[in-house]
Ligand binder design. Structure first.
Ligand code: UD1
Ligand code: UDP
Length: 357
């Protein structure tokens, strides 16, 4: 069986890395197709270097654009590659435009699709990611749901149970595989002059937050409130989208330690040692939960309700007062929750289930 593994953005590279490694380990016939949705060194190549991934056989170099433009160009590029290579299976991961385009292009060529991280739902159709994941799930042949809850979401939408496997989330594999490597290879706290459990770690990049001036302003206000309440550094490795919008809106960041996005090893180390994480990222909500670090999510909903259930996470929206209250509440919480995202063997289960079919 030949497999095309499609990736395009930072989280897809990080979460697909253990699947790629598992395919390598078993000597499977696979190739990597990178759409080039992310392309800056710190959003792309750094992860290939740090996670020691082979270079992609194909890179479509699509870059940025409006949704239709980007998705359309990815579809056209993927179709060309798939028509030539005609793999038996296309694997996509997550909920980006790369996933939507990859799944659509494959389905029109009647190539089977495996969706890694299937069944997540925010039930908020204003998010582009929700549209992407719903469409990808409904045209996939193999649905790799990270949790029982995500499986239930799929069943409730009428997807046949025999297509679904609960595998755990491959982010656990990635965290377990890289946590110790990070401590051997990097010392980012020393480099940034930070002490363990003595700083707040922030990320924000969701379109609905950072492209909206009042929401972004409120998030920055919340970070300033938290900084003055606790008198601790607030570190914000800033996604390029956010950097662009802060500049466009003319907002000041004074007092917040804004830096460029970091490699996975550095970021993982910073997450593991943070007092709490404040984020609108899906992956960061999961990683904080896995690492035992409390999280305040800068959104009104989450497609990771497992984190709310185990109480590793609370929702603060883009509301400065709620962010401060959330930080106060989460700092005091005991972090003995159960990790709901699996045992770090998700990639093995995914490859097993493809191979056994
Ligand atoms: C995309 C995904 C989002 C995911 C995120 C991970 C969609 C609809 N969105 O959002 O679900 O959580 O990736 O980070 O697929 N840019 C750069 N360099 C890059 C990439 C982007 O400078 O390497 C800048 C460009 O100005 C670009 C903007 O960031 O216009 C947004 O990039 P885009 O890929 O469209 O969306 P993300 O916000 O990254
Ligand atoms: N990440 C990273 N460097 C950073 C910020 C995040 O390596 O400076 C990693 C983080 O560990 C997680 C992933 O990027 O695995 C999350 O990606 P992002 O927040 O861009 O997307 P989302 O998960 O929301 O789709």
């Amino acid at each position: 069986m030949s497999i095309a593994i499609v990736i395009g953005t930072r989280p897809e590279i990080i979460k697909m890395a253990p699947v790629i490694r598992e395919c390598q380990r078993r000597g499977l016939d696979y190739f990597l197709l990178h759409t080039g949705q992310h392309y800056s060194y710190e959003m792309d190549r750094v992860f290939f270097e740090q996670l020691e991934l082979p270079p992609a056989e194909f890179n479509l170099d699509v870059g940025s654009g409006t949704h239709a433009d980007q998705t359309g160009r990815i579809m056209t590029g993927i179709e060309k590659v798939l028509m030539r290579a005609m793999p038996d299976l296309v694997l996509v991961q997550g909920d980006t435009n790369t996933v939507l385009a990859g799944a659509l292009a494959a389905s029109k060529l009647h190539i089977k699709i495996g969706h890694v991280e299937a069944g997540l739902r925010s039930y908020d159709r204003s998010m582009p990611e929700e549209i992407n994941r719903v469409v990808a799930d409904h045209i996939s042949d193999y649905l790799f749901a990270p949790t029982e809850n995500s499986k239930l979401n799929l069943i409730n939408e009428g997807i046949p149970e025999e297509k679904i496997s609960v595998t755990g989330n491959t982010i656990v594999d990635s965290v377990y595989q890289n946590r110790l490597i990070a401590d051997r290879k990097v010392n980012v706290l020393r480099d940034l002059g930070l002490r363990p459990r003595d700083y707040f770690l922030v990320t924000a990049h969701r379109a609905e937050n950072v492209d909206n001036s009042s929401r972004l302003k409120e998030i920055l206000k919340g970070l300033h409130l938290i900084k003055s309440e606790f008198g601790l550094p607030v570190l914000f490795p800033m996604h390029p989208r956010t950097r662009k919008m802060v500049h466009e809106f003319g907002f000041e960041l004074d007092g917040i330690m804004d830096i460029d996005p970091l490699g996975f090893l550095q970021f993982l180390q910073l997450e593991a040692n943070a007092k709490i994480a404040l984020t609108d990222s899906g992956g960061v909500q999961e990683e904080a939960c896995i690492l035992g670090v409390p999280c305040v999510t800068l959104r009104d909903n989450t497609e990771r309700p497992e984190t709310l259930d185990v109480k590793s996470n609370i929702l603060a929206g883009a509301n400065a007062e709620k962010m401060l209250m959330g930080a106060k509440q989460m700092i005091g919480c005991a972090n003995h929750w159960r990790n709901p995202f699996g045992d770090g063997q998700a990639s093995k289960r995914i490859v097993d289930s493809i191979r056994n079919d």
